[in-house]
Write a protein that binds this ligand. Structure first.
Ligand code: J2J
Length: 529
């Protein structure tokens, strides 16, 4: 398992241990600890996979996780083996994740929106031994490609598999997150128990979580924001209660806030706007809501200003990435900074942040530049063994001295807060959902009628950005935009990756070095609309 994993150099690892970021406590021990302390309190609440309400105390969560751990162990799933998990927002999600943690198996966190091409890629790229899913949709397409394909609801019927192995070391890889990607297929992000648990604990502290916290999880549970900033794991660490909502619409979320006396929720900007529009007309009691986190995509300052008056809760901006670095605005920050910046990093002393120009030279404070970062919970490399191109990709995505090139353009204020001003990576951020342009372009290029294609972001009032495919058609084969969108759907990609708009052009603009000039395409869209 350790091969393919780029470890922190010993000098950094020992510093991170000495300074108490890496405590040596892996997630199974974390669950034991909170179960011992808060056993009878409710840990996870929601709708079970069978459609009925399910409420698990800390003791029940731990017991179910241990039982499932034994059963999965009995199937032959062992330490270091990868298991692709695709589960919506159900309490069983937490059971499966802690069961895998306990046997040292490593969940690969697919999102519910992912479809068979993506699942197939995650299975192949991770060399997974199992695909655990809550929905049959993709199962048939990947059956036979992996030893175990199982419906999570069916796992409760498995026989126990005997005594459990030793729990994993905290230095081991605990889980794989998926990169939003910019160069083709999503990359695997290996996160260790030590580094992930640090980001979770520190986030919980910054956000003031306690056993009284009731966190409404409306974003996909497996996404890094909802899982760790401080998210599900942070709330469980603090002894609070996680309420899993099937979706974030006000019709679903507001009654849950009232019924469960929710104190905190994490939203992407488009959802925050939907909540702001719905709140005045709603008769649900939202008065317990105390903290609304907004992140994943740019929050416009005028919307930020409306959160507290409109929802009756404090606003916290969150700028994070599955690769590591997470920034938060803080309670003590002046309101102006909470409205106009994306916060500052978790770790004052050891989240190293550089803002640089195209030649990697540091720019003065207040100037826009590329954000580079390294620190106690930011990876030093994507996981590589099964990716033909991962080593080359790692050389491009990290500096020689281990800084991760985030692909974000930022400005740093005197106070050390970051303002996200743009993006250098070839990605579309569709209301928080990330689309690697190259992944969609490759699928479009596989269509017989397509000679050339480029996918770019276009502004959208609701989502912030949408995707537009500029396509050069082969003359011999006339094709409609709708047919190309159907082609992307048939190819088995998540619906959010289907181009929102298709525009046919005679040729794509090129830069002096022959690359597609995406800036020219975005400018052109602005002029045409
Ligand atoms: C502008 N862009 C943002 C923000 C992320 C917490 C919160 C979010 C994520 C996440 C996460 C942004 N304003 N407030 O993992 O733990 C864009 C940037 C960033 C990319 C990462 C977390 N917050 N972004 O969104 O891995 O471009 O993580 O590099 O999905 O989202 O995307 P992702």
């Amino acid at each position: 398992m350790s091969h393919g994993f780029t470890a922190w150099p010993e000098e950094f690892a020992s510093r991170y241990r000495e300074r108490g970021y890496w405590t040596g406590e892996a997630f199974p021990a974390l669950l034991d600890r909170v179960a011992a302390e808060h056993g009878a309190r409710e840990a996870v609440v929601g709708t079970g996979l069978d459609g009925s309400p399910l409420r698990l105390t800390y003791t029940e969560l731990r017991d179910r996780a241990l039982r499932l751990a034994s059963a999965l162990h009995g199937l032959g799933i062992g330490a270091g083996e990868r298991v692709v998990v695709q589960c919506g927002n159900h309490p069983e999600f937490a059971v499966v994740v802690f069961a895998l943690f306990r046997i040292g198996a490593v969940p690969v966190f697919a999102l519910p929106a992912h479809r068979h091409a993506e699942i197939g890629h995650f299975l192949a790229a991770s060399g997974a031994v199992a695909y655990l899913h809550a929905d049959e949709e993709n199962a048939a397409a990947v059956a036979g490609r992996v030893p175990h394909v199982r419906d999570i609801a069916s796992l409760a019927g498995l026989p126990p598999g005997g005594p459990l192995p030793e729990p994993p070391a905290a230095s081991a890889v605990a889980l794989f997150q998926l990169s939003g990607g910019s160069t083709g297929l999503p990359k695997l992000i290996p996160r260790t128990h030590d580094d992930y648990a640090y980001s979770v604990r520190a986030s919980a502290e910054i956000c003031g979580l306690s056993p009284e916290t009731v966190y409404l999880c409306v974003l996909p549970a497996a996404h890094n924001f909802a899982l760790s900033s401080p998210g599900i794991l942070g709330v469980l660490h603090a002894g609070g209660t996680v309420v899993l909502a099937p979706d974030g619409s006000p019709d679903t979320a507001f009654p849950l806030i009232a019924a469960e006396r929710v104190t905190m929720a994490a939203l992407v900007p488009p959802l925050a706007q939907v909540w702001l529009r719905a709140a005045p007309a709603s008769d649900a009691d939202l008065s317990t809501l105390d903290l609304v986190q907004v992140g994943g995509a740019r929050l416009a300052p005028p919307v930020a200003e409306r959160i507290t008056p409109g929802l009756g809760a404090r606003l916290q901006q969150v700028f994070g990435m599955a690769e590591g670095l997470v920034c938060y605005t803080r309670d003590e920050d002046p309101r102006e900074l909470v409205h106009t910046t994306q916060g500052r990093p978790i770790c004052d002393a050891d989240d190293e942040v550089r803002v640089v120009d195209d030649a990697d030279r540091d720019v003065p404070p207040g100037t826009e530049g590329h954000l580079l970062t390294r620190g106690p919970y930011t990876i030093r490399g994507y996981w590589s063994p099964r990716y033909g191109d991962a080593d080359a990709h790692n050389r491009a995505a990290f500096t020689a001295d281990g800084f991760y090139r985030t692909g974000d353009l930022v400005r740093r204020t005197e106070s050390g807060h970051l303002v996200v001003t743009g993006r250098a990576k070839d990605q579309i951020n569709r209301g928080g959902e990330k689309i690697a342009a190259a992944e969609v372009e490759q699928v479009l290029l596989a269509h017989e009628a397509v000679a050339d294609a480029a996918v770019v972001s276009i502004p959208d009032e609701h989502l912030g950005e949408r995707s537009c495919a500029y396509v050069v058609a082969r003359e011999a084969a006339p094709v409609k935009g709708s047919a190309l969108r159907a082609h992307v759907r048939r190819a088995g990609l998540a619906a959010f990756k289907i181009p929102d708009k298709v525009v046919f052009v005679a040729a794509l603009p090129r830069t002096a070095v022959g690359k597609v000039d995406k800036k020219a395409l975005r400018d052109r869209h602005r002029k045409d609309s």
